[in-house]
Design a protein around this ligand. Structure first.
Ligand code: 5GP
Ligand code: MN
Length: 340
């Protein structure tokens, strides 16, 4: 099932390195943090010095993860991040496939075109030419599952422990919506093996999903009640959140994570969009049910991409109203696909 030649190539490159930096995408989610920390613990076991850098802060609901305090947050600690990048002989890119997904960090990464790079990712459209070794499996649940398979290739008996299993489980459970989508036999098999380390799955799930502030839950209620528009003629719903909406509910990083999924619970809704006003840009999150590709739509119209059923994009130099107008203006192009 998995291409062991790719695992071997990646393993060889990693074992020939002495200082590895693991880098994940902007607005890091459970899979970004889970896969990065899982690989970090594994590299340490191999005796390889490793550091993790993410472009900006992770959501509060992940703050409990083992060794998460070791992660260097680029926008909070740019000087240190640059030093770490400078000393490394290998960059491991995890859970993204184009460098622009590193947001503010992208400019600095451009200074390191000579540093060797490897990629572990599950998004569509990776450019393999930049990397010494690549694991890119777009049908697999999560980058965390790919890291788990990579560690398994070296032998779970020798390397798997509770910290690794906990972090990788976080990535798998968050990227599959608690095993609601993107799962297959390999996902359940590997999760069974992660559970064999006696990790407390119930506690992990609670730490992630029952860890909201009161403001976060009230923000969700407000957005669904007052900021959701259902367009039945397109089987589409969108929710918007302005900067002041977010301020009213004392927005913390990660507070809108998951909001985009709720409109899909309406039976006829095939596509859901969350449009949020961020510092100087408009972020869009797309989700779909069935065969409708939000990856294609995000790529074509919103400078983004992702997966068939989950994608994101960004519009710069644009107001929230203009972003909504843009979405409304392109919907007729997709009406047939969304309604047939
Ligand atoms: P989210 O809506 O949770 O931010 O992202 C959904 C999925 O699309 C994730 O797998 C994420 O990695 C991917 N994604 C989000 N934003 C972008 C983007 O701007 N470009 C690309 N290529 N993928 C994105
Ligand atoms: Mn992922």
């Amino acid at each position: 099932m998995f291409n062991t030649l790719m695992f071997k190539e990646l393993s060889d490159v990693i074992r020939n390195s002495s200082k590895v930096v693991i880098i994940s995408h902007a607005n890091p989610d459970g899979d970004a943090m889970g896969s990065s920390l899982g690989l970090y613990f594994f590299l340490k076991k191999l005796g390889i010095a490793a550091k993790i850098i993410v472009p900006n802060d992770y959501p509060m609901f992940l703050a409990w993860m083992p060794s998460i305090d070791d992660v260097v947050i680029y926008d909070k600690n740019t000087t240190l991040a640059y030093e770490v990048l400078n000393e490394a002989d290998l960059f491991c890119y995890l859970d993204f496939n184009t460098e622009s997904r590193t947001g503010l960090m992208h400019n600095d990464l451009c200074h390191f075109s000579k540093t060797s790079k490897v990629l572990i990712d599950h998004h569509i459209g990776a450019d393999f030419s930049k990397f010494e070794a690549v694991i890119s499996e777009t049908n697999i649940s999560s980058t965390s599952q790919l890291v788990a398979e990579f560690i398994k290739y070296h032998g779970f008996n020798d390397y798997l422990d509770k910290d690794i299993a906990t972090c990788l489980m976080v990535g798998i459970v968050t990227d599959t919506g608690s095993f609601a989508h993107s799962v297959d036999m390999t996902t359940f098999n590997i999760c069974g093996e992660l559970l064999s380390t006696s990790i407390d799955y119930k506690q992990i799930h609670q730490n992630i999903f029952d860890n909201s502030s009161e403001n976060r839950l009230r923000l969700l209620g407000f957005l669904i009640k007052d900021r959701m528009t259902v367009l039945n003629e397109y089987n589409t719903a969108y929710i918007y959140a302005s900067k002041s909406d977010l301020e009213d509910y004392k927005y913390q990083v990660g507070d809108t994570e998951g909001v985009v999924n709720y409109p899909l619970s309406i039976s006829n809704i095939r596509m859901s969009v969350l449009i949020t006003e961020r510092q100087g840009a408009i972020r869009l999150s797309f989700r779909s049910k069935g065969t409708f590709s939000v990856n294609d739509l995000a790529k074509k119209h919103f400078n983004g991409g992702g997966h068939l059923n989950a994608a994101g994009g960004t519009l710069t130099n644009c107001t929230l109203e203009q972003a909504i107008d843009k979405l409304l203006s392109i919907l007729p192009e997709y009406q047939k696909m969304l309604t047939e």
